[in-house]
Design a protein around this ligand. Structure first.
Ligand code: NCD
Ligand code: ZN
Length: 343
C-alpha cells in the first residue's frame, strides 16, 4: 500500500502555549487536524469562559487554515464553581481539565482534594461537559512509575461509581492498568494515547544516557505497558483515540539539569501514528482511532474532508527555529518516518 486516504483527523489533547509560540504550534497542527482540544495550562491558567474565548481568538489569528476549529477547555481549580461550568457550556466549551496539583508542567494552581470538586462534577454531568483527567497521584512517597495505577485505585474507581453519567477522558494513558480500567468501564469512559507512549518505553528514556527529549508526563513505562497500549489500539476498540499531547518546550529548557516534561510531536504526529499501526499490521484501524472514535465520544459530527498520506521516507529535523530566536527539538528528531502527509 503506497497511499492512505483518511477522514480528516482531530487531535483530542495538545498544548499550543501562547503569544509568539502560537505562530509555530497552530500551523503545525492545522496542516493535518481539523479540530484540537486545547489544554488550558497557561500561566496563569485558563479557568473561565472569558479567558478561554480570548485564548481561542489568539489561536485562530495564528492559524494557517481558516477552517481549523480549536476546542477550548477550562482548567479546574479549587475555585471553580458550578456557575463557572454553566457559563462555559453556554459558550460551547466542551470540556474541563483536572490536573492534580503538582502533577505536571504549570499545575501548581491545580486541584487539591479532588472530592472538593464533586459539586462541579455533578454540574458537568448534568450539562454534558466532559471531564479530562491527568491521572497521576502526586504524593512524594509514591514511585513515579506507579502514579497512574495508584490514581486509578484512589480516584478513578470512586469517580466512576459516583458519577455514572459523567463523560470522562482518561488522558494520555501509559499503563496496562489504565487500558484495562477503560475497557472494563462503561461507555462513558474513554482514553487518549500519545505517539510517544506507543513508540517508546522507559528504556528509551534511560538506556545509554538520559534522553531528555523522550521525557514527558506521565513518564514512559515498562515495555509490557507499551505492548498493552499497542494491543488495544490494534484491536480497534472505540474507547481509545488520538491525542498527541504535543507539548513544546525550548531546547535549552529540556536539555538542562532539570529538564522539563513534554514532547513536541505536532509536525510528525499523524505520520508516527501511521507507522505504529503499520508495524502492528493494523493500518485498517488507524482511521477509527484518528478520525472516528474521538468525535463519537465527544458527541460531535465526524469530519467530512479527507487527508492523504503517501509512503515516502523522510527524516524528522534535528531542530526547529522559533520566531523568538529560540529552538525546539521535535519529538523523534533524526528518526526516519515512512509516511508523509501530502499537501
Ligand atoms: C505537558 C506540558 O508541557 O504542558 N507536559 C507533558 O509532559 N505532557 C503537560 C501534560 O500534559 O502533562
Ligand atoms: Zn498534556
Amino acid at each position: 500500500m503506497n497511499e492512505l486516504i483518511l477522514t480528516q483527523p482531530d487531535d483530542w489533547h495538545l498544548h499550543f502555549r501562547d503569544g509568539d509560540m502560537l505562530k509555530e504550534t497552530v500551523p503545525a497542527t492545522d496542516r493535518c487536524f481539523k479540530r484540537a482540544i486545547v489544554m488550558p495550562n497557561l500561566v496563569p491558567p485558563v479557568t473561565n469562559k472569558k479567558q478561554a474565548l480570548a485564548y481561542r481568538d489568539r489561536i485562530l489569528s495564528a492559524a494557517s487554515d481558516t477552517s481549523f476549529n480549536p476546542l477550548m477547555t477550562l482548567y479546574l481549580t479549587n475555585k471553580t464553581t458550578p456557575a463557572t461550568i454553566r457559563e462555559a457550556i453556554s459558550e460551547k466549551i466542551p470540556a474541563a481539565k483536572l490536573y492534580p496539583a503538582g502533577a505536571t508542567t504549570n499545575s501548581e494552581a491545580a486541584v487539591k482534594g479532588i472530592e472538593s470538586l464533586y459539586p462541579v462534577f455533578e454540574t458537568m454531568s448534568e450539562v454534558g461537559m466532559l471531564l479530562l483527567i491527568h491521572g497521576e497521584v502526586t504524593h512524594s512517597e509514591i514511585d513515579i512509575f506507579d502514579r497512574e495505577k495508584v490514581f486509578i485505585d484512589q480516584h478513578m474507581e470512586p469517580l466512576r461509581r459516583r458519577f455514572p453519567n459523567l463523560k470522562i477522558v482518561f488522558e494520555h494513558i501509559t499503563t496496562a492498568d489504565a487500558a484495562d480500567f477503560v475497557l472494563e468501564s462503561g461507555e462513558r469512559i474513554a482514553a487518549t494515547i500519545t505517539p510517544q507512549h506507543l513508540l517508546l518505553n522507559r528504556n528509551d528514556l534511560l538506556v545509554g544516557g538520559v534522553r531528555p527529549h523522550n521525557y514527558c508526563l506521565p513518564v514512559l513505562k515498562r515495555n509490557v505497558h507499551q505492548q498493552r497500549l499497542r494491543e488495544v489500539v490494534a484491536s480497534g476498540s472505540q474507547k481509545f483515540f488520538l491525542g498527541t499531547d504535543s507539548a513544546p518546550h525550548a531546547k535549552h529548557a529540556k536539555e538542562s539539569a532539570c529538564g522539563c516534561a513534554g514532547c513536541y510531536s505536532a509536525w510528525s504526529a499523524i505520520e508516527l501514528y501511521a507507522q505504529v499501526f503499520e508495524d502492528l499490521g493494523a493500518l485498517d484501524k488507524l482511521e477509527g482511532f484518528a478520525s472516528f472514535y474521538g468525535p463519537d465520544f465527544y458527541g460531535v459530527a465526524r469530519n467530512t474532508d479527507k487527508i492523504r498520506l503517501i509512503k515516502e521516507k523522510w527524516t524528522i529535523p534535528d531542530q526547529i527555529d522559533l520566531p523568538v530566536g529560540e529552538k525546539i527539538v521535535p519529538f523523534f528528531a533524526g528518526h526516519e518516518v515512512n509516511w508523509k502527509l501530502a499537501r
